[in-house]
Design a protein around this ligand. Structure first.
Ligand code: GUN
Length: 282
């Protein structure tokens, strides 16, 4: 039987409606309009699109956004000065520095400079540490969106074997700890993992975040598994996921499409995190 499709667009739209309502309530009750500031350095075309989508996302739920654009020649020190200024600005509830940054800037130093309470990406070491020890905190948006999608299937996470392929700080590592915090048994795989197919075949929940088009074919998937495809690679005019959808749909129990799966959830979780930051000012 063909897998159920987890429709990220429908789920994201529903959550956004709820965020919009809570944003209005916050404004009516406390006069606070959540505000997100995004810093974009350079002219990477993909980053330009991501940032524009963030701006539109904010507007769609009644939040303020401000995009600060810098030429790629900006120094690390200038960027850090701006972040310190934003940290002290009470009208800025969330700060996001779009990655990647130019090579002459140390991304981790920049991310570490953001006030952890305004860190809507959840990348600051304080927030990463809280996530690891299971304390409530700002969580990375894509990983948080993946958890929402899994919850939508109504399968129980506790006791399940979750396999995460890809160990990035943005997706693989945080989602692994979130699954662990929900009492899944988690196996983290990466480019040096041996016998990847044998491990993937044991996954009740399979998360693939490697950025390699259709890297995972049907033979990697356990019958009935929940398959979350995080990859989006553009080849010619088409977007490809990390999973061969046409093969996987005949093995999986649940699967996310690309596009329209994880993608729409990321911005929605950014809005959720921005609202969370703004509410702390109530
Ligand atoms: N570039 C690609 N993904 C992300 C993300 O989640 N956050 C930021 N800040 N930059 C990115």
């Amino acid at each position: 039987m063909a897998a159920n499709i987890i429709d990220g667009k429908v789920i994201a739209d529903r959550i956004k409606e709820d965020i919009k309502k809570r944003t209005l309530q916050l404004k009516q009750k406390s006069g606070i309009v959540p505000g997100l500031t995004v810093i974009l350095v350079g002219d990477d075309p993909a980053s330009q699109i991501y940032v524009r989508n963030k701006e539109r996302g904010c507007a769609s739920v009644g939040m303020n956004s401000n995009i600060i654009r810098y030429d790629s020649s900006i120094s690390e020190e200038q960027l850090l000065d701006k972040i310190h200024e934003l940290n002290n600005d009470h009208n800025v509830h969330g700060i996001l520095v779009q990655l990647p940054l130019p090579n002459h800037i140390d991304s981790q130093i920049v991310l570490n400079a953001i006030d952890p309470k305004k860190d809507v990406d959840g990348f600051h070491p304080i927030n990463v540490g809280k996530l690891v020890i299971g304390e409530e905190t700002l969580e990375p948006c894509t990983a948080k969106g993946i958890m929402k999608l899994i919850e939508e299937t109504d399968i129980q996470i506790e006791g399940k074997h979750a396999v995460v392929i890809g160990r990035s700080n943005i997706v693989g590592k945080p989602v692994s700890f979130m699954l662990l915090n929900k009492n899944a048994t988690v196996t983290m795989c990466h480019s040096k993992t041996r016998k990847l197919k044998d491990i993937a075949n044991k996954a009740d929940i399979l998360i693939v975040a490697v950025g390699n088009p259709e890297f995972i074919d049907g033979s990697y998937i356990k019958e009935g598994a929940v398959v979350i495809d995080v990859g989006t690679s553009r080849v010619g005019n088409r977007l490809y996921g990390d999973v061969n959808f046409d093969e996987a749909i005949n093995k999986a129990g649940w699967i996310t499409p690309v596009p329209g799966g994880v993608g729409p959830m990321t911005i929605t979780m950014l809005l959720e995190n921005t609202l969370y930051c703004a509410k702390s000012h109530e």
